[in-house]
Design a protein around this ligand. Sequence first.
Ligand code: C5P
Length: 223
Amino acid sequence: MGKITIAIDGFSSTGKSTLAKQLAKKLEYIYVDTGAMYRAVTLFAMRNGIVENPGALVKLLPEIHLKFIYNKDAGYAEMYLNGENIEADIRTLEVSKFVSKIAEIGEVRQKLVEMQREMGREKGIVMDGRDIGTVVFPDAELKIFMTASPDARAARRYKELLDRGENVSYNEVLKNVRERDHIDSNRTFSPLKKANDAIAFDNTDMGLQEQFERMYNYALRVV
Ligand code: C5P
C-alpha cells in the first residue's frame, strides 16, 4: 500500500485531532497537530510579554525551536519549546484567547508551514489544522474539512477544559470558539476555508466510532 498525505482542516474544536490521531494510529502514519505549533509560538509571545507586538515576535522567531517528541505512554507526540515540554501549557483558554492573533502574522505562518512541509516530505502523514489542504499540502491525496455547530463545539471544548481542571464558564468558551473562527476565516494569509477538493464532514450529531469508520473508509479508497 502506498503512503499518502491526509489533510484534516476545519473550525475550532470540531474534534479534528482526536480523529486524526486515531486514523494515524490505524494506518501507522505520523500525526501532526499544527495547532500545537501556533499555540507554542503564542505561549512564547505571552511569556515574553509581546503578544501585542508582532514586530518584536518576528525578530525573535529564530530563537523559537519547536519539536514534537513521541510520548509512548500517551500514545502521541508532545510539543516542546526550546527543550521544554509545554504540552499542558498550550491547551489553556488563556493561550486560546491569543493564538488566532498570533496565527495571523505572515512570518509566523511562513516559519511553521516550512516545518510542516518538511515533516510531510515522505508522506505517510495525517496533519490537522486550518490551511493544510489549501496551503501546506495542496496536493494531499485525501482532504477532509470538518464542521459542527458552534454549540456542539463549545460544549466539547468546555468539557475538555473542565476535565483538565480549568475554571472556565461555558459562555466564555463559546465566545472564544466564535472569535477564533471569525479571525481564522477572515485573515489575510491562508484563511480557513474548505479546499475545493476536500470532503465536507459535519459531525454535529455523530459519535466518535462512526466518525472514525467513515474517515477510515475514505482513506482506504485512496491508499
Ligand atoms: O487546532 P487548534 O484549535 O489547537 O488551533 C489553535 C489556533 O491556531 C487556531 O484557532 C488558528 O488560529 C491557529 N492555526 C492556524 N493554522 C493551522 C493550525 C492552527 O492558523 N494550520
